[in-house]
Ligand binder design. Structure first.
Ligand code: DGL
Length: 285
């Protein structure tokens, strides 16, 4: 093959979008970080708004749903995939990764690495969905990185509906957060992983309850950094600067239900002006 054609094909691949998915709106906190850190990258986002929450479902269901979404994203010709959901990262990523034709990363390992760096007393708290906490994934990851670190998990199942209901700053959320977090505080943690991509949206409430001595870790930041390193390693970084006013073609959003509601939510999280979100039948993938 002539060298010119190889370079052209390679460049074409570089300009393909990155696929990002979550069970709903939570993954937008990761997409937002990717947009901020890598403004040249295109994104295809899928939020499974018809089937949220994943956190109270079985491993089999979480895997089936995630596999369908990966097939959908591949049909959109993505060059890499970010599983922007801790629950799917915990259960489905290990199953999908070995046969995924494009590089795929989750949010758990980046979050675990940040927490290990942050803790001074060696006691890390993790909050997440029931499924994520009972998977023990953060325990394993953190202890692999630094054996001897104490990891204390707490499922916070009411946080996702509170976030999805828009109660980000509300006395009800304060009260529930207090109940969930008090126990962890009494254990003397100095670092708390927001182990669900919905939780950064109530970060202020969580910070208020745990106080200034506990460092909050949002895995989104480190995940975006890991994506950048991965794309660099694979020679897949986008090289073309997006044209002005091209947010709609640069960022495409798909959901399985309630596209209008999603759009309103997304516009309050992402400041790029999401002009449309399209509903698709994800069960057909
Ligand atoms: N955003 C998902 C996560 O990070 C949780 C929401 C859900 O339960 O579907 O785990």
């Amino acid at each position: 093959m002539p060298a010119g054609r190889t370079v052209k094909n390679m460049n074409k691949r570089n300009e393909l979008p990155v696929g990002v998915f979550d069970s709903g709106i939570g993954g937008l906190t990761v997409a937002r970080e990717i947009m901020r850190q890598m403004p040249r990258e295109k994104i295809v986002y899928f939020g499974d708004t018809a089937r949220v929450p994943y956190g109270s479902k079985s491993k089999e269901t979480i895997c089936t749903y995630s596999e369908q979404i990966v097939r959908f994203l591949l049909s959109q010709e993505v060059k890499a995939i970010v599983v922007a959901c801790n629950t799917a990262s915990a259960y489905a990523l290990p199953q999908i990764e070995p046969h995924c034709p494009v590089p795929i990363i989750g949010v758990v390992e980046p979050g675990a690495r940040t927490a290990v760096r942050a803790t001074k007393v060696g006691k890390v708290g993790v909050i997440g969905t029931k499924a994520t906490i009972s998977s023990g994934i953060y325990d394993r990851c953190i202890r692999d990185i630094r054996p001897g670190t104490q990891v204390l998990g707490r499922a916070c199942p009411l946080f996702v509906p509170l976030v999805e209901e828009g109660l980000w700053e509300d006395p009800v959320t304060d009260e529930i957060a207090r109940r969930y977090l008090l126990e962890l505080m009494n254990e003397g943690i100095d670092t708390l992983i927001l182990g669900c991509t919905h939780y950064p949206l109530i970060r202020k409430t969580i910070a208020r309850i745990v106080g200034p001595d506990v460092q909050l870790v949002n895995p989104a930041y480190e995940t975006a950094m890991e994506l950048q390193a991965l794309l660099e390693r694979e020679n897949l970084l986008a090289s073309e600067a997006p044209s002005l006013g091209s947010a709609e073609s640069q960022y495409r959003f798909y959901v399985s239900d309630m596209a209008e509601q999603f759009k309103t939510f997304a516009n309050s999280i992402i400041k790029y002006g999401i002009l449309s979100a399209k509903t698709i039948r994800i069960d057909q993938y």
